[in-house]
Design a protein. Structure first.
Length: 262
């Protein structure tokens, strides 16, 4: 039975970079995102460049019925998924009470509920087939609270802790679990979250998606538990543990507020 890596949020940014890095290593792929045209183009390009099979499925993970349909299709198929990369994510910024609740709910649906459901469904499939690997994409934001992006930071804290817990639970079933915690990355995320990060464009804090993907794939091969690309990002993840919580809250709020969308 052919084996595949399934990547959500694969039409751009980190997801696309991870898809290319894996295809370069000869991995067959199933790409999931909302944009059919982009997915079709990416699938054709990766197939031609690397000679791998690249399938795609159009799915809005924020819509539970669409996710149910995707999982049903995957469950009925004969393709074995031995690597799940939960990369899809939504971001919002600005005062929480001023946000449209529909957008905040979508963030929770995608960042937390869809990710957990995919881990549950495909994790069970991996257990039956004798093993596999899961990579959940969190953020250095998951190590601290983040005023002006409170819902987003909290969602990434969930992903971080959920992934660490699963890693211990699933070892005995032959399933490896890792969590990726990138810092600021050159993707369309900031535009989607309505954040103005133009001042960071040339900053050394901003990492390219291709560089991040290469680091991540190498770390996955070594079965790293928590993957934090770049020493600056590792420092960002470590610093909240060294300072009192009241100071972490205030510093995070002071850093986030100038970039908030409102």
């Amino acid at each position: 039975m052919p084996r595949y890596a399934l990547i959500t949020g694969a039409s751009s940014g980190i997801g696309l970079a991870l898809a290319e890095a894996l295809a370069r290593r000869g991995r067959n792929l199933i790409l999931v995102a909302r944009q059919r045209d982009a997915l079709e183009s990416i699938a054709c390009e990766l197939t031609q460049r690397f000679g791998v099979e690249v399938l795609f499925r159009v799915c809005d993970l924020g819509e539970p019925m669409q996710l149910s349909g995707l999982l049903h299709e995957l469950g009925q198929g004969e393709r074995q998924i031995d690597l799940l990369i939960n990369n899809a994510g939504v971001g919002t910024s600005g005062p929480f009470l001023d946000q449209d609740w529909g957008r905040e709910q979508q963030l929770i649906e995608v960042n937390i509920l869809a990710l957990s459901r995919l881990c549950h469904a495909l994790g069970n499939a991996m257990a039956l087939q004798g093993g596999g690997q899961i990579l959940n994409v969190a953020s250095v934001a998951g190590f601290q609270p983040g005023a002006w992006m409170s819902n987003y930071y909290a969602s990434k804290a969930y992903v971080l802790h959920f992934s660490e817990g699963l890693r211990e639970e699933l070892k005995s079933r032959g399933i490896k679990v890792s969590v990726l915690c990138p810092g600021p990355t050159r993707t369309a995320f900031f535009r989607g979250a309505q954040m103005d990060v133009s001042r960071l464009e040339d900053s050394k804090l901003m990492m390219g998606a291709e560089e991040l993907a290469l680091f991540t794939v190498k770390a996955l091969e070594k079965n790293r538990a928590i993957i934090i690309p770049g020493w600056r990002n590792r420092l960002l993840a470590l610093s909240p543990r060294l300072a009192p919580r009241w100071l972490v809250r205030k510093l995070s709020a002071a850093i986030n507020k100038p970039f908030a969308g409102r």
